[in-house]
Design a binder for this molecule. Structure first.
Ligand SMILES: NC(=O)c1ccc[n+]([C@@H]2O[C@H](COP(=O)([O-])OP(=O)(O)OC[C@H]3O[C@@H](n4cnc5c(N)ncnc54)[C@H](OP(=O)(O)O)[C@@H]3O)[C@@H](O)[C@H]2O)c1
Length: 305
């Protein structure tokens, strides 16, 4: 199986490469990862030429402009990358006959009145932000390819840049003796990129017949405030008491544009397919332990909720 990956340098792209390379079934599969250093995903000719040349069996499309506030401030750029990028990848997949696994977001929902067990794949999107609108548009375009999977996920952590990763930022702040400010009344499914990446590998192996939309996330809805408190408990009693995060309310967070207040996804379809991710508490514990084992890296910019 030949696998083509966009966004290879991103938080999820990096985790996906590791997951593919360490799974005994997929470790030897040819993988071609591309990043923005290779070409702009909004450049149709470049995308077609690159995918044509590799002739993949499957394209995993993670490249996106994923900084929500930035999309609000730069809608034309957000559209070029998140809508035009999917369009270009879909056109290339049509030419090569490749299956497409394309990443989307819980922010396609408005979060006003989520069903008790979370939004399922058939609930109607109602995005509140430019980012959410571009992800809905991307999903619609991907769905024009019969052999497609739209993977909706939420609230990723597992990266190396603390300005883009809430869990990492809580750990690094605690190491510097600083308190984090975290929203206490916005909820979703915090998800570890390493676990999501393993589920994407599942879609390439046992889940190779899956089509349509599938929600993939760790189990358990939470606020970032709850996640932050859990991280500090993992770091020890002193940290939990002295560096307890400062709760910030959703209404005072100062987001550009609208955000869903509760975009918790139902992951029942994924479970029915035979794939269940661990709880967010388990995922946060593993990532925190891995983070403590490596030195802090310099931040490169941007910010996420
Ligand atoms: N992060 C979350 O909380 C979250 C939640 C739900 C869904 N998702 C979705 O999951 C996917 C992966 O997200 P992620 O957190 O891994 O994002 P990420 O770390 O920002 O990775 C996305 C990658 O796409 C690249 N990229 C941006 N603009 C590009 C362009 N014009 N041409 C080519 N590449 C470009 C980025 O490069 P630069 O870093 O150089 O810009 C980055 O390497 C995205 O589709 C995102 O929308 C993310």
């Amino acid at each position: 199986m030949r696998v083509y990956l966009t966004g290879a340098d991103g938080m999820l792209g990096t985790a996906f490469t590791t997951a593919l390379r360490t799974d005994p079934v997929t470790a030897g599969w040819p993988l071609h990862g591309v990043s923005i250093a290779d070409f702009d995903i909004g450049d149709r000719e470049a995308v077609l030429a690159s995918i044509d040349a590799f002739r993949p069996d499957v394209v995993v499309h993670t490249a996106a402009h994923a900084i929500v506030d930035d999309c609000e401030l730069q809608p034309a750029l957000a559209s070029r990358v998140n809508v035009g990028g999917v369009r270009n990848v879909v056109e290339a997949c049509r030419r090569t006959g490749s299956r497409l696994i394309s990443l989307s977001s819980d922010y396609v929902f408005d979060g006003a009145a989520p069903p008790p067990h979370g939004y399922d794949e058939d609930d109607l999107p109602a995005p509140l932000s430019v980012y959410g609108m571009t992800k809905v548009a991307g999903e619609r375009i991907a769905a024009l390819l019969p052999d497609h999977v739209n993977v909706r996920t939420s609230w990723l952590f597992g990266g190396t840049d603390e300005r883009l990763d809430t869990v990492l930022s809580v750990v690094r702040k605690a190491q510097r003796g600083e308190r984090a400010q975290l929203i206490h009344d916005q909820f979703s499914l915090p998800t570890y990129t390493a676990d999501l990446a393993r589920a994407l590998v599942f879609l390439l192996t046992e889940g190779s017949a899956v089509r349509g939309t599938v929600h993939i996330a760790n189990q358990g809805s939470a606020s970032w405030y709850q996640v932050g408190r859990h991280v500090l408990e993992l770091l020890g009693t002193d940290a939990a008491e002295e560096l307890a995060p400062e709760p910030v309310s959703f209404d005072r967070a100062g987001f550009a544009g609208g955000r869903p207040r509760n975009s918790t996804l139902s992951i029942a379809r994924l479970a029915g397919l035979g794939c269940t991710l661990p709880t967010w508490q388990d995922a946060v514990a593993r990532f925190t332990a891995a983070t403590l084992d490596r030195p802090a890296a310099a931040s490169t910019g941007g910010s996420r909720p």
